[in-house]
Write a protein that binds this ligand. Structure first.
Ligand code: ADP
Ligand code: ADP
Length: 226
């Protein structure tokens, strides 16, 4: 059963832009999957549909077998989302940000506290648990976003251009955290326009261009072709 199964997905925006023109792909459980493509290719639209931020025009999306349109709530409980923009309160402490987020999703406080420690350690932020998050470096803030998304223990973690516009040091720190999350069993899908990023992280990828998948398969097979 795929972690994500997309069939003949189409999206035409109100502006009549056809962002997706019939996209199909499968991502297997445990995979680290990249959706690679240039700006405007349709990556954010695809991720937006899967994470219920954008309405699809036609097609089918299943998350671990659950049809997104038939049971959005159940599908969403399986997904963790890392937004591109830093959107936590800079005047809260990392520990509180994580515990409150989990609380919002109904995780009991005792469980949330334990998870928060695990996630902060994994993101190399444990020693920063109780500082004002405003004082964190750019890389730390981004790793905190990843830690927060993991608080609901998603089966599938989705990141839309997680490292857009950040320098290589920050990217490497995020890659380390993501690799650990994937190694512990969470399926990860990220969009990127850096081949280097896809190469260093992902086992499988799809290349999307102007709303269509133009290549799909193992990273190794694709690199051999280039
Ligand atoms: P990518 O993430 O690969 O850069 P997007 O999915 O953001 O690509 O965009 C795909 C196409 O859809 C582009 O032509 C973009 O301008 C257009 N688009 C994206 N979002 C919207 C929107 N909300 N309304 C109208 N057009 C959009
Ligand atoms: P949906 O079909 O998901 O409701 P819409 O087509 O209504 O999406 O667009 C959502 C919002 O994004 C609108 O407010 C629109 O103005 C804005 N938008 C329009 N064009 C773009 C674009 N190229 N990239 C990003 N956002 C856009």
């Amino acid at each position: 059963l795929p972690a994500l199964s997309v069939r003949d997905l189409r999206k035409t925006y109100d502006t009549r832009v056809e962002a997706l023109k019939g996209v199909s792909l499968d991502v297997m459980p445990g995979d680290f999957f990249a959706l690679l493509g240039p700006n405007g290719a349709g990556k954010s639209t695809l991720i937006g549909i899967v994470s219920s931020l954008v309405n699809l025009s036609s097609g089918q999306v299943r998350v671990f077998g659950t049809d997104l349109l038939a049971d959005r709530g159940a599908a969403m409980r399986l997904i963790g989302l890392v937004p591109q923009e830093i959107n936590f309160n800079l005047f809260e402490k990392p520990l509180d940000i994580l515990v409150n987020y989990a609380g919002f999703y109904g995780v009991p406080r005792e469980v949330a506290l334990q998870r928060a420690e695990e996630e902060l350690r994994r993101a190399q932020l444990w020693e920063k648990a109780t500082v004002m998050s405003r004082t964190l470096s750019g890389g730390m803030k981004r790793r905190l976003m990843i830690a927060r998304a993991m608080m609901t223990r998603p089966q599938l973690l989705i990141l839309d251009e997680p490292t857009a516009g950040v320098d290589i040091e920050i990217r490497r720190g995020m890659w380390k955290t993501l690799k650990e999350i994937n190694a512990a069993g969470t399926t990860i899908i990220l969009t990127t326009h850096y081949l280097e990023e896809a190469e260093s992280l992902c086992r499988n990828l799809a290349i999307i261009d102007r709303g269509r998948i133009v290549e799909q398969g193992p990273m190794k097979a694709l690199l051999a072709k280039l």
